[in-house]
Design a protein around this ligand. Structure first.
Ligand SMILES: Nc1ncnc2c1ncn2[C@@H]1O[C@H](COP(=O)(O)OP(=O)(O)OP(=O)(O)O)[C@@H](O)[C@H]1O
Length: 409
């Protein structure tokens, strides 16, 4: 953007100056924002909304407030209320700010008294980048900075595949069963029988990463280790991978159902034959274990669909392509009965006294995209949260708190 335009850009969205000064944290609470960016007081909001109307270039699209004032848009009060565990999944097109928004929500929950876990199911993790702390390793890692315990977990399908592969090399592959048992997927091995799983992992079938992520989710539901968390925030992978993850429980439930039916037929046939020859009936434990897996998959599917405890927040940016993908994502989530209430439109150009040519065109495109949202049957019913483009990368807890105070009001 040309220097002149940027020079007059309101300092409200300048993170840069803020974090070079010593009083940076104190200042974070005193910044004023453009309307709909959750101005902290009505006075700020009316002043700024007046200035916005005068300042946008004449030929820009009609600037209609596309969101109610902050206080009743994000509805953070109901997100933070109660101690019954809630799950928030943030997802959307690649590069729109899913990790930044998820991490800022996790910081906000922790600063509001919730022991919180932020989980990345995206094989291309960026939580460590976002928190500017090393959170890798595939285990729970404490995040320094927030008032209440905040832990991060980067589900590492590659690490899980590695462990799996070495298990297949161990004593002729029997190690695979213990490994998969550990993830609650042991009975799958029994069904795969002689299949050389190690080779299978060299070219893992689509969905294996999601199966590993799902088995992690099952542990959240069942194991003591995760019992303390009252908020779990998922930073999910870009759209396609996440839709596979959400549809996997259904797929596994259906396919396990078919295996069980087939086993039933085979075992009743074999037991009929064996009873004629007076031999014992076939062992039931493989089917029982498959049944267990099926029940766990149903639990995960129910978790994803539980309107009281789970919500999927779509994150997008104000471009036609990103809005179109968000509309398709919302339609797919609706098909999976996954609850969606909120849409974050991230990286919106902040108000400016006068736009250079580049910014004027950019702003016009953004307005067009925002208009698209208002007219989109999938997106128009969602509460729309606007997040401004700030002038430095969102890295580290103070910056995440700053972004969180704008978005999650
Ligand atoms: N409102 C914002 N203002 C300025 N920079 C932002 C904003 N939101 C996100 N960013 C920056 O944009 C880049 C991408 O953000 P982020 O990693 O959160 O996106 P993502 O959707 O998780 O990406 P990926 O799909 O690659 O995982 C990061 O450098 C981040 O700091």
């Amino acid at each position: 953007m040309a220097a002149s335009c940027c020079a007059v850009r309101s300092s409200s969205f300048s993170l840069h100056g803020l974090f070079t000064s010593k009083k940076s944290m104190a200042a974070v609470g005193m910044l004023s924002f453009a309307p709909n960016f959750h101005a902290p007081t009505s006075l700020n909001r009316s002043f700024i909304s007046l200035s916005i109307k005068q300042k946008l270039p004449r030929n820009s699209l009609r600037v209609r407030s596309v969101a109610a004032p902050a206080e009743d848009v994000a509805g953070f009060d109901d997100m933070v209320s109660g101690t019954q565990r809630k799950y928030y999944m943030l997802g959307g097109k690649g590069g729109v700010g899913k990790t930044s928004c998820a991490a800022s929500l996790a910081v906000k929950f922790a600063n509001n008294g919730h022991p919180t876990l932020v989980v990345s199911t995206d094989p291309a993790h960026s939580l460590s980048d976002s928190f500017a702390q090393n959170l890798t390793g595939g285990t729970l890692v404490p995040v320094e900075g927030p008032d209440y315990p905040l832990y991060a977990l980067e589900i590492n399908p590659e690490k899980a595949r590695e462990e799996f592969r070495s298990a297949t090399q161990k004593d002729g592959g029997t190690g695979v069963k213990d490994f998969m048992e550990g993830m609650g997927l042991g009975m799958l091995v029994e069904q795969l029988g002689e299949l050389k799983l190690g080779e299978l992992l060299d070219t893992p079938p689509p969905g294996l990463d999601e199966a590993i992520a799902i088995s992690k989710v099952m542990q959240f539901l069942e194991s003591e280790e995760y019992g303390m968390f009252t908020r779990i925030v998922f930073d999910t992978a870009p759209t396609g991978h996440t839709l596979r993850l959400l549809s996997l429980p259904d797929f596994l439930d259906a396919s396990i159902g078919k295996i069980l039916k087939l086993k039933q037929k085979i075992s009743s046939a074999t037991s009929a034959i064996k009873s004629v020859f007076g031999q014992e009936v076939t062992r039931q434990d493989a089917s029982d274990k498959l049944e267990q897996l099926r029940e766990r998959m149903i639990k995960v599917r129910e978790l994803f669909r539980d309107t009281d405890s789970t919500e999927f927040v779509i994150v997008t940016i104000p471009t036609v392509m990103a809005v179109s993908e968000s509309s398709r994502l919302r339609a797919s989530l609706q098909k999976e009965n996954v609850p969606v209430k909120r849409l974050i439109v991230n990286q919106i150009l902040p108000p400016s006294a006068s736009d250079c040519k580049f910014c004027a065109v950019k702003r016009r495109d953004q307005m067009r995209a925002l208009e698209m949202i208002q007219n989109d049957p999938e997106l128009s019913s969602l509460t729309l949260i606007q997040a401004p483009l700030v002038d430095v990368e969102i890295r580290g807890v103070p910056a995440l708190k700053f972004l969180g105070d704008i978005i999650w009001k």
